[in-house]
Design a protein around this ligand. Structure first.
Ligand code: GLU
Length: 441
């Protein structure tokens, strides 16, 4: 049975980069009838906030990415301490006392000498007396996992065969000087304890995976399958991290992006399959194939979400938006027509309010100087309210007869005078809904 997990740290809002990880893991579990765990990686008590946990759940809910159970790392500290003890007992765990500044200096020296900046394991040479002295002087040290300096190999679900020389990687710190267990240890304890079969995460974790495979083996547990998806970049290939603040899922939601648009894009972007609007998670699940994804960084442009959003809205029946339209104050007898004529003229649902205020209050007319006289004349010919399905035809016929104008020269100045815009719904429809035409005495 497949078990996957999405493991965000509740230290901020989910963004498009996290979504990719969440979605892939969700889809793999759903495709195989497996279990999808939402794991809250909250071992850092200072930075983790319950409000972010709530926000994460809210965002996943909005997208329909249901989870089968929630786990919190903060409730599992005993298990991590036990694993640390086990590693200590087998001589794979050692205390080191270098300060960050000292480590930085060591790294710089190594780089100057053209060597990879790998921790030199100086702490291994400390006698018990030296360690006691260091502890007395500097407080507790950090705990590092001693890598076996051989090659670490696995077949990655996206990157293919990977081989990393452990000698090129520093022994990872698993417990900080203040006693805080770090993610690298907590994660493998959870993954193996919860029977996670597939770990899919960003390629920034490749080196972690290498060290984690050794830890899992040292503890005599089962190594899951790993896959690392490429990281998203901005449209020009620039690092997305600089803009992530603006790409939080809740901001996209706030801007009117539809969940189906976001899911459809994320399920295909960076794969060999074309992006197309898919209307349900079931449909997305059926078409999902991790093997179709490539290793190259994936360009993401939030603007691509809007045509997909518009496409979804175009396809919606009135019943799906009736409440929302009524909440705008559109009278019941006009609501269906309002949706019919606006749905193809909106980028997001948020634009509905703008159209309704235009119909209700009228628009600031847009009249070119050469059309001033023409429009003024036309306004004198506008039939009296109430306006109905024949109003536009009657009006333009009268204006044509009086002015001799026809075609675009007739229609466009009137459209711009009535709606203030050169584009929009059919004018015959507009005339049925609009209640005020400004600039008409
Ligand atoms: N909490 C980790 C992160 O957000 C999880 C990484 C993983 O999936 O293992 O980076």
């Amino acid at each position: 049975m497949t078990v996957t997990r999405f493991a965000p740290s509740p230290t901020g809002f989910l963004h498009v980069g996290n979504l990719r990880t969440a979605l892939f893991n969700h889809l793999i579990a759903r495709k195989t009838g497996g279990t999808f765990i939402l794991r809250i990686d909250d071992t850092d008590p200072e930075r983790s906030k319950d409000s972010y946990v709530d926000a994460i759940k809210e965002d996943l809910d909005w997208l329909g990415l249901s989870w089968d159970r929630v786990e919190r790392q903060s409730a599992r500290m005993d298990l991590y301490a036990q694993a640390a003890d086990d590693l200590r007992a087998m001589g794979r765990f050692y205390e080191a006392f270098e300060t960050p500044v000292e480590l930085d200096l060591k790294r710089k020296k190594q780089l100057n000498m053209g060597r990879p900046p790998v921790y030199d394991r100086a702490a291994l040479d400390l006698s018990e007396a030296e360690k006691a002295a260091a502890r007395a002087e500097r407080g507790d040290g950090v705990w590092r996992f001693m890598l076996d300096q051989s090659r670490i190999e696995w077949t990655d679900g996206i990157l293919g065969d990977i081989s990393i020389d452990a000698a090129s990687v520093s022994d990872p710190v698993l417990i900080r000087a203040d006693g805080q267990v770090l993610y690298t240890l907590a994660s493998i304890v959870d993954d193996t304890d919860m029977g996670v079969t597939h770990v899919v995460r960003g390629s920034d974790h490749v080196t972690n995976t290498a060290t984690q495979i050794q830890m899992i083996k040292a503890l005599g547990r089962t190594v899951p399958d790993f896959a690392h998806h490429s990281l998203l970049t901005g449209p020009q290939g620039e690092a997305l991290s600089k803009r992530l603040g603006t790409l939080a899922l809740r901001d996209l939601r706030e801007n009117g992006v539809e969940p189906e648009a976001l899911l459809s894009l994320m399920a295909r972007l960076g794969s060999s399959q074309p992006v197309e609007l898919q209307m349900s998670l079931d449909e997305i699940t059926d078409g999902f194939d991790l093997a179709q994804f490539g290793a190259a960084p994936t360009k993401f442009d939030a603007e691509d979400l809007y045509p997909l959003t518009a496409r979804k809205l175009h396809g919606l029946d009135f019943s799906a938006v009736a409440n929302e339209i009524s909440a705008l104050g559109v009278p019941a007898d006009k609501a269906e027509l309002f949706w019919k004529i606006t749905r193809e003229n909106i980028k997001t649902r948020r634009d509905l309010a703008g159209w309704w205020s235009l119909f209700r209050d009228g628009a600031e007319p847009d009249i070119a100087s050469e059309d001033k006289e023409f429009v003024a004349k036309a306004m004198t010919l506008l039939p009296d309210q109430p306006w109905g399905p024949k109003t536009w035809g009657d009006w333009t016929a009268a204006v044509k007869a009086a002015t001799g104008r026809k075609g675009k020269g007739l229609f466009m100045p009137l459209r711009k005078a009535v709606t203030g815009q050169s584009r929009g719904p059919e004018m015959a429809d507009v005339m049925q809904l609009i209640e005020v035409i400004r600039g008409r005495d």
